[in-house]
Structures are given as structure tokens and as C-alpha cells.
Design a binder for this molecule. Structure first.
Ligand SMILES: NC(=O)c1ccc[n+]([C@@H]2O[C@H](COP(=O)([O-])OP(=O)(O)OC[C@H]3O[C@@H](n4cnc5c(N)ncnc54)[C@H](OP(=O)(O)O)[C@@H]3O)[C@@H](O)[C@H]2O)c1
Length: 288
């Protein structure tokens, strides 16, 4: 593993780079999103993870603009909402993102969740591929996809490439799923790693439910870190892009201070609990 820094980026299958540290804005009220995004950018984050469903695309991008950091040094993700997934719906959401944010391009656009059946999933994917072809979206991916959803998409991409020409089916760059020591998802991780698909870890802090966990406390003490920082470092050392969320300035800073210690191989193994404990619900197992 090369040395991780706050500037670590990974190359996606699309050819574009993605910063390994992202800043999540789920449940961040629109009224404060610009301010907290600016704070995150001022302390070194360069990547903002939003979604249509979070209703804060516009203020998040306002925060990016207000930071005065050149657009090419920033990375913005948004997602097609899970409800009523379809080709037409996705086209509309993509167009709306540009209208309400004023962005020239989106770095990463994801399908938020696999609900709605195959036709809906593939329809939304086609809309994303067209967004890339139009030069409006740089990289595309999925979220909450289990292995069976990934297999379905891969088969469609392959057959479309064969019928219509290489690249016509689009390039899968990312799968964003809940990932932490209580939900390590070895099957999904293996599928993505084999293909160079980047894994983004959401709920990397297990929504602050493990801050006093006996698995984390000794490591926090040993390294002089918080349990949140141990969790985030675990995600980074797994090779994931991590997306911690906080609206608290001191925690935004804390969650970016991850680069002056390293968990040993033994500790990484200990943290692999083998437990299956999703935060709230688990869309990756959806069978529709
Ligand atoms: N694709 C999807 O379906 C999906 C689903 C969920 C999340 N996500 C993405 O992943 C991001 C993170 O997930 P999440 O927001 O659900 O959960 P999370 O990042 O695991 O946890 C966020 C919670 O932890 C608290 N917190 C943050 N830093 C802390 C620290 N250092 N010490 C103690 N508590 C801390 C936050 O409180 P304060 O904010 O009050 O500081 C908040 O309550 C989201 O914002 C979103 O971008 C995606």
C-alpha cells in the first residue's frame, strides 16, 4: 500500500481520478450545507458526496464555488433518486442537477439504489451513459448494488458493447455501499476489486453508534486517536473511498486527521468482525 495522504486519489475505470477522502452531506440541512462544505474544503477535503434525495445539491455546490478552489481540483458526486427509477426519470434528474447547480459537469453520477426492477435500473444507466457521451458527466456508477445487481449490469454492458461497439454500454467506475467493520461485505468487495471498480464506504462511522465499542477503544488509546478516526483509517487501509458526514466543525477536522498513524495487518484482521449489521436497511439484498 502506498502511503496514504489527505491528497490520495484513485484512478477509476473511466480514467478520471477520485479523492479517497470524501465529505458526505446526507441529512445536512440545505440552510447550512454551503457553510459546512466550505469548512470541509478549507481543512483539506476536495470531494463532496451529495444526492438529489438529500435536497442540498445547490448549496453544496455554492459552498464549492465560494471556496475559490479551482473547479478541476474539486470532485462532486450526486445520485439519481431511488424512487421511480427509469430512463425518463433519470434524464430529468440529470438535467435538473445542471439547472439548479449551474455546474458545467458532474464528476460522478450514481444510481442511488437498485430498487425498481431490471428495466428501471438499465434505463437509468442508459441515461447516465448518455450524460457521459454528452460531456456533462465524467464518471458513472451505482450505489447499494449487491453482486446480483452488479452481474446484471455487467452482462448488459458487455452485450451492448458487442452489439453497438466498445464503450457503448458505459463504464462502471464506482459502487457506493455501506461499509465498516460490522459490514465488511467481502462478496461485493471482491467483485469490485477484481474489476478495478472503486468502492465507496458510506456510513463509515456507523452513524456514531460505535464510539464506545470495546473493539475500537484500545486502538484509539494506542494511537492517541478517536474511535471515529480508527474506523475511518480502517476504511482507507481497505482501499475504500470514505465518506464521513458531520455538520460539526471540530468533527469535520477530526475526520480528516487520519494520516499520521497506521493500523497493523493484525489490527486490520481484528477489525474484520465478520458480523452483518447494516445501519438501517440493506438495499444490496433487494431481489426485485
Ligand atoms: N448511497 C447511499 O444510499 C448512502 C446512504 C447513507 C449515507 N451515504 C453517504 O455517506 C455519508 C456518510 O453516511 P452517514 O451520514 O449516514 O453516516 P456516518 O458518516 O457514518 O455518521 C454520521 C454521524 O456521525 C456523527 N459524527 C461525525 N463525525 C464524528 C466524530 N468524529 N465523532 C463522533 N460522531 C461523529 C455525525 O454527527 P454530526 O453531523 O452531528 O457531527 C452524524 O451523526 C452520507 O453523508 C452520504 O454522503 C450514502
Amino acid at each position: 500500500m502506498s502511503k496514504l495522504t489527505i491528497n490520495t486519489k484513485y484512478r477509476m475505470p473511466s480514467g478520471h481520478e477520485i479523492p479517497a477522502l470524501g465529505y458526505g452531506v446526507y441529512q445536512t440541512p440545505a440552510a447550512i450545507a454551503s457553510e459546512v462544505v466550505q469548512h470541509a474544503l478549507s481543512v483539506g477535503y476536495r470531494h463532496v458526496d451529495s444526492a438529489v434525495a438529500y435536497r442540498n445539491e445547490t448549496p453544496s455546490v455554492e459552498g464549492m464555488n465560494a471556496s475559490k478552489i479551482p473547479r478541476e481540483d474539486l470532485f462532486f458526486t450526486t445520485k439519481i433518486p431511488p424512487k421511480q427509477l427509469s430512463y425518463e426519470g433519470a434524464k430529468q434528474h440529470i438535467a435538473n442537477t445542471f439547472e439548479i447547480t449551474g455546474l458545467d459537469y458532474v464528476d460522478l453520477y450514481l444510481i442511488h439504489a437498485p430498487y425498481g426492477g431490471k428495466e428501471a435500473r438499465i434505463g437509468a444507466w442508459k441515461a447516465l451513459v448518455e450524460g457521459v457521451e454528452a460531456g456533462k458527466i465524467r464518471s458513472i456508477g451505482v450505489s447499494n448494488y449487491g453482486v446480483h445487481h452488479l452481474d446484471e449490469l455487467e452482462a448488459w454492458i458487455k452485450s451492448t458493447d458487442e452489439k453497438e461497439g466498445e464503450g457503448k454500454g458505459g463504464v462502471l467506475s464506482v459502487n457506493q455501499v455501506e461499509l465498516h467493520p460490522w459490514l465488511a461485505r467481502d462478496d461485493i468487495v471482491e467483485w469490485c476489486n477484481k474489476r478495478g471498480v472503486i468502492l465507496e464506504a458510506y456510513c463509515p462511522l456507523v452513524r456514531a453508534t460505535k464510539s464506545e465499542d470495546p473493539l475500537l477503544l484500545p486502538l484509539a488509546k494506542k494511537y492517541g486517536k478517536t474511535t471515529a478516526q480508527i474506523l475511518l483509517r480502517w476504511g482507507l487501509q481497505k482501499g475504500f473511498v470514505i465518506l464521513p458526514k458531520s455538520v460539526t466543525k471540530s468533527r469535520i477536522e477530526e475526520n480528516a486527521q487520519l494520516y499520521d498513524f497506521e493500523l497493523s495487518d493484525e489490527e486490520m484482521k481484528q477489525l474484520h468482525t465478520g458480523v452483518y449489521e447494516p445501519c438501517a436497511w440493506d438495499p444490496t439484498v433487494s431481489q426485485d
